[in-house]
Design a protein around this ligand. Structure first.
Ligand SMILES: Cc1cc2nc3c(=O)[nH]c(=O)nc-3n(C[C@H](O)[C@H](O)[C@H](O)COP(=O)(O)OP(=O)(O)OC[C@H]3O[C@@H](n4cnc5c(N)ncnc54)[C@H](O)[C@@H]3O)c2cc1C
Length: 389
């Protein structure tokens, strides 16, 4: 029997999309296809685990304001996946920063985000020659393993079928765009099978264009980075705190709850290199970085220790490697919009790209409901909406 909806990609976005659809289309057959051995093993795990609360985006007030709405919602809905057992500090660099301490304070007031001067003991962890001011802020981390468990429970309770270790390898339209055929490869046996659905949701993050190109659909402009975050153990004086140095080519320290470690990332050294998918240049063979690359942990530590000297004593454990995908527009102002794109020839094919975890709540505004189901596929308008998130 055909499915009503097939969601390709079992990350946070694919799972949340499936859950919204289950609510909107009672009784619909929904399938989530994920190529890893479990849900949420890719970007939804390999990230900095920050539940953005606005502070990070002085250059994109819209993204900051959406974060102020979505972060508390995320905390309320996924309470036990929230990790709040640390104090979060934002430090303002004296050199090469896009904001001064005064501007940062003003920005936080403008977006209604709480902050106060860091206590002296914390201030002393920073080299004054490099850091103008340090603020305590209210911002949390999330535990991707606990989030996965919560999403999995909800998927099961909603009767959504989940296939792991299956890769969607080809997408085709049938019946003039009214129905899709998705070719799946079982990664254990190597065999392929066909599944059909009225709607397909492409939630593959860095691989959106691979899916689109497999069926000859129009691709989208995307920027990708091959990223590294170092998981480390910090010396005693840095335990229980998070640090973000603003606003430019600096570093962050965030708790990484699933492994009880700390993630060190650096604006200059976390991205090893970048590439772009540009439909204008034609679609070519997709690039997959040869992870793990040669680690840049030493560069991250050397630079970060200029600001926080105690970091010289941190211990490297391993690196998280992931492709980070953003819209090319995001580079200019650091915004994190959500991409929602309906294919112009087959509007029931929807591609979604979320810039950060808490933006999942914006999906409710863009996903279809039963009223859209009544539209003949060709009459539905092609919508390519960029929503600030
Ligand atoms: C280095 C880095 C740091 C980040 N830091 C933060 C942060 O601190 N806070 C924050 O909110 N966000 C952060 N982000 C962004 C955040 O990780 C992403 O916005 C989010 O994880 C996207 O979720 P997703 O479900 O779209 O992607 P994913 O979790 O990658 O899910 C896509 C899924 O699709 C599957 N897939 C792909 N192709 C196929 C196929 N053909 N067949 C079947 N399955 C397929 C993949 O295996 C994967 O599981 C960061 C990202 C990176 C890379």
């Amino acid at each position: 029997m055909d499915h009503t909806h097939i969601v390709i990609g079992g990350g946070t976005y694919g799972c949340f999309t499936a859950l919204i659809l289950a609510e909107r289309f009672p009784g619909a057959r929904i399938l989530v296809v994920e190529e890893e051995a479990d849900l949420m093993r890719r970007a939804s795990y390999n990230n900095q685990a920050r539940v953005h609360n606005g502070y990070h985006y002085p250059r994109s007030v819209l993204t900051a304001l959406r974060s102020r709405v979505n972060a508390p919602r995320f905390a309320a809905e996924f309470g036990d996946a929230i990790y709040a057992d640390f104090a979060q500090y934002y430090a303002i660099s004296r050199h090469r920063s896009n904001v001064t301490a005064g501007q940062f304070e003003q920005f936080c007031r403008r977006i209604g985000a709480e902050l106060k001067p860091a206590p002296l003991a914390v201030r002393r962890l920073f080299d004054e020659d490099f850091v103008e001011a340090v603020f305590w802020v209210r911002e949390y981390a999330f535990d991707a393993v606990k989030l996965r468990a919560r999403l999995r429970e909800r998927l099961d309770a909603s009767g959504i079928e989940v296939l792991t270790r299956y890769s969607a390898v080809k997408l085709a339209v049938e019946e003039a765009g009214r129905r899709f055929r998705v070719e799946l490869r079982n990664l254990e046996s190597g065999e392929t099978e066909q599944r059909r659905a009225a709607w397909v949701y492409n939630c593959t993050y860095s691989r959106l264009n691979e899916i689109l190109a497999s069926g000859g659909f129009e691709t989208v402009r995307l920027k990708h980075e091959a990223t590294e975050m170092a998981l480390i153990e910090v010396p005693p004086e840095l335990r229980g705190i998070g640090i973000t140095v603003m606003c430019g080519p600096f570093f962050s320290l965030m708790p990484f709850p699933p492994e009880g470690l700390v993630a060190l990332s650096h604006v200059s050294y976390t991205p090893h290199y970048e590439w772009r998918d540009d439909p204008a240049g034609g679609w070519s063979v997709p690039h997959r970085p040869a992870f793990p690359l040669q680690s840049w942990f030493d560069r991250m530590r050397r630079d970060a220790a200029r600001y926080v000297p105690a970091l010289r004593e941190c211990r490297y454990v391993r690196s998280l490697w992931e492709v980070k995908t953003v819209l090319p527009e995001s580079g200019a102002n650091d915004s994190r919009p959500i991409l929602f794109k309906r294919d112009s020839s087959a509007p029931n094919l929807i591609s979604l790209l979320g810039g950060k975890i808490d933006n999942i709540f914006d999906l409710a505004d863009v996903l279809p409901g039963p009223e859209d189901d009544q539209l003949p596929a060709r009459a539905a308008p092609a919508v390519a909406a960029l929503r600030e998130g």
